[in-house]
Design a protein around this ligand. Structure first.
Ligand code: NI
Length: 282
């Protein structure tokens, strides 16, 4: 079994066959999926999916692209969604200076407000960072210092990690895990493989970030949670360990960080007696 720690299941790319995609993942041994929101609507849908499918969990939050829409009211709504027992993290949050779809100041404010929310709810965070490594680390360093005084232990994950070994080790020192996605499988991209080789196994996670970042062996297809096996295979090859060992290590790590449990298809029965999720009731 394996866990996909980062899937954008609300994405319109899944509108045609979302239910089938989610069931196929379970059939192929994906025992837990974290459905990650990027704004209010997608966070709501992620919670509804977590409610509908036993093997789906949710993360709620505003992505840096949507940071300028994070009003105080929206933050309150995120807080109330986060009260759902299957919400396992605040995310995805962070900084993205590559596309800069929200102004830098709005991104910084949204990140800080959501980090504080995560602290007050004692939830881990799922962090996105693109072309803003120094700025993100500076904010996380301050937050982690305050937070670890209270809780200790793991406090979040840097998703789809694109930094170097030094950044990875600093994040781990702060209480973060490091998650790898499709790029670890790309034949012409060396950095994630080289970085993944050096970081401790006890802090590694795998994810698809679907429908984006399709692993190389599924080239040309829409990415989906079942393809998380390809990511784990890429990571296992970089580390020169068997795939099953990589899967069980990353499962253990995901359980430690998010407190989730894995479901086997035998636990549910096939065909699964679960009503098809047909979208928002409101
Ligand atoms: Ni994402």
């Amino acid at each position: 079994m394996i866990v996909d720690t980062h899937a954008h299941l609300y994405d319109p790319g899944f509108d045609r066959d979302r239910d089938e995609v989610i069931r196929r993942a379970l059939r192929e041994g994906v025992g837990a999926i974290i459905a990650v929101g990027t704004d209010l609507d997608s966070s709501r849908v992620s919670v509804e999916l977590a409610q509908a499918y036993p093997w789906v969990y949710a993360a709620v939050g505003f992505h840096p692209h949507d940071a300028s829409r994070l009003t105080p009211e929206a933050l309150d709504e995120i807080a109330s969604l986060a009260a759902h027992p299957k919400v396992v993290a605040i995310g995805e949050i962070g900084l993205d200076y590559y596309r800069k779809l929200s102004p830098k100041e709005a991104q910084g404010r949204a990140l800080e407000a959501q980090l504080e929310l995560a602290s007050s709810l004692e939830l881990p965070v799922i962090v996105h960072c693109r072309d803003a490594h120094a700025e993100t680390l500076a904010i996380l360093r301050l937050w982690a210092g305050r937070r670890s005084l209270k809780t200790g232990g793991y406090i979040g994950v840097m998703h789809c990690f694109s930094g170097d070994e030094r950044e990875g080790m600093e994040l781990i020192g702060l209480g973060f895990m490091i998650s790898f996605a499709g790029p670890v499988t790309f034949p012409r991209t060396q950095r994630p493989k080289l970085v993944a080789m050096k970081l401790p196994m006890t802090e590694l996670l795998v994810e698809t970030d679907c429908p984006y970042l399709t692993p190389s062996e599924n080239y040309g297809q829409r990415n989906e949670p079942a393809f998380v096996w390809a990511v784990a295979r890429g990571l296992a090859e970089a580390r020169e360990i068997p795939l099953q060992e990589m899967a069980s290590i990353t499962n253990r790590n995901a359980q430690k960080l998010f407190g989730l449990s894995l479901i086997r298809k035998e636990d549910i029965g096939d065909p699964f007696p679960i009503p098809v999720y047909t979208g928002r009731s409101t």
